[in-house]
Design a protein around this ligand. Structure first.
Ligand SMILES: Cc1cc2nc3c(=O)[nH]c(=O)nc-3n(C[C@H](O)[C@H](O)[C@H](O)COP(=O)(O)O)c2cc1C
Length: 366
């Protein structure tokens, strides 16, 4: 397996929310329980995954009836693994940056630096209403998230942190102990103008919904041009739902079954929420602006990168995503434990082989 710094990284979605990663009544051998997730995390680190991403949801909706909290669940996964990094989701509003910085600094010590965070900005208006949180306009949500990220960084790195924002204020605040090396990495998600601009200013990692290589390339060019102008470095992660089977026909048949058994009311309800959240951005577009019904059967457009086929087809498409600018691929599966193991055995070695071969071709051509 490649150990080069630019080797593509892999993450999987932690199923800490019930119903799996597709809004479908197809049978899924996946569970949201702690027991299932501990074993999955152990399988994933052995299989060669670098990160696990846990989700934050406060209320039920669209097939996610039960949701374990992200930070505490991440801590449990860290306690049951040795190498895997776990990304905990934080939602500004319910989370205040002082508490979040303190909590994550402690988990950083408990886990020997393996905790990271995903600062999410909110798409689910009904959830905010249910927990009595103000629902800010789209770009205001990102202005708050950016202050939240600046506050986390400042608290983690500065001896005495003072900050005068519109949402948060700190006065000579000194957090002790500081996180041990490395500082927790800060991820964020989104596709809107505001999401991309925030990535180009403050985030370590930008997560985007599933997309074609061309769609990804356009986003990456936009972000990286701005990041360079800001003298900021940001890496890119893309979501995908993998269906890897011995034959392409089998893999495609599974996708068809997922879509045929989709729960139309739940998919339409989810579509209504997410499209409405994005429309409120000034450019009228968000993460899900172009998503079709079929795309939305997977919460984050995970069918679009087309990681559906044989191990070799999927490995080749993954390396094409890397060439379009991805540094990390975030994966969802139907039957998590067995498919993560299969992916590690049959797809990852091919990715490393193709990655190496294409890198050598580039050197020779150059
Ligand atoms: C990979 C990924 C993971 C996300 N995880 C969560 C999450 O756990 N909880 C949540 O409320 N939103 C989550 N989001 C939503 C984003 O933070 C953001 O609100 C959404 O993508 C809307 O983006 P937009 O500004 O492009 O419309 C996630 C988004 C992505 C791409």
């Amino acid at each position: 397996m490649s150990t080069r710094d630019d080797a593509l990284k892999f993450a999987y979605w932690v199923p800490n929310v019930s119903g799996g990663l597709v809004i479908s009544n197809i049978g899924q051998r996946t569970s949201w329980t702690p027991e299932y997730n501990r074993k999955l995390a152990q399988i994933a680190e052995k299989a060669g995954f670098d990160y696990a991403l846990s989700q934050i949801r406060f209320t039920a909706g669209y097939g996610a009836d039960n949701q374990h909290e992200s930070v505490s669940f991440s801590q449990d996964l860290l306690a049951h693994t040795e190498k895997l990094k776990v990304i905990a989701a934080l939602l500004p509003g319910p989370w205040n940056p002082a508490l979040a910085a303190k909590q994550i600094a402690t988990i950083n010590h408990l886990s020997n630096g393996r905790i990271a965070v995903n600062v999410v900005s909110g798409w689910f208006r009904g959830e905010f209403a249910a927990i009595g949180e103000h629902w800010l306009d789209h770009d205001e949500r990102y202005r708050r998230s950016e202050e939240f990220i600046r506050a986390l960084r400042g608290i983690w790195s500065e001896e005495s942190f003072t900050f005068r924002g519109d949402f948060y204020r700190f006065n000579e605040y000194s957090l002790k102990p500081k996180p041990v090396n490395p500082q927790p990495e800060i991820f964020q998600g989104g596709s809107s103008r505001a999401a991309r601009d925030m990535a180009a200013r403050v985030s370590d990692w930008y997560f985007t919904n599933g997309n074609t290589p061309d769609g990804l390339r356009a986003q990456v060019e936009d972000i990286q041009t701005k990041a360079a102008a800001n003298n900021h470095k940001v890496k890119i992660g893309i979501n995908a739902f993998a269906i890897v089977r011995e034959t392409e026909e089998e893999a495609k048949a599974v996708l068809q079954e997922i879509i045929d058994k989709a729960n139309p009311e739940a998919v339409e309800g989810f579509a209504g929420q997410v499209k409405n959240a994005g429309k409120a951005s000034p450019e009228g577009e968000g993460n899900w602006a172009k998503s079709t019904f079929e795309d939305l059967v997977q919460y984050n457009d995970g069918f679009r990168p087309n990681l559906i086929g044989t191990p070799r087809q999927v490995a080749e498409r993954i390396v094409t995503l890397k060439e379009a600018g991805a540094d990390l691929v975030l994966l969802g599966f139907l039957h998590f434990q067995e498919e993560v193991e299969y992916f590690g055995k049959h797809v990852l070695p091919l990715v490393r082989e193709i990655e190496g071969a294409r890198a050598r071709e580039t050197v020779v051509a150059g």
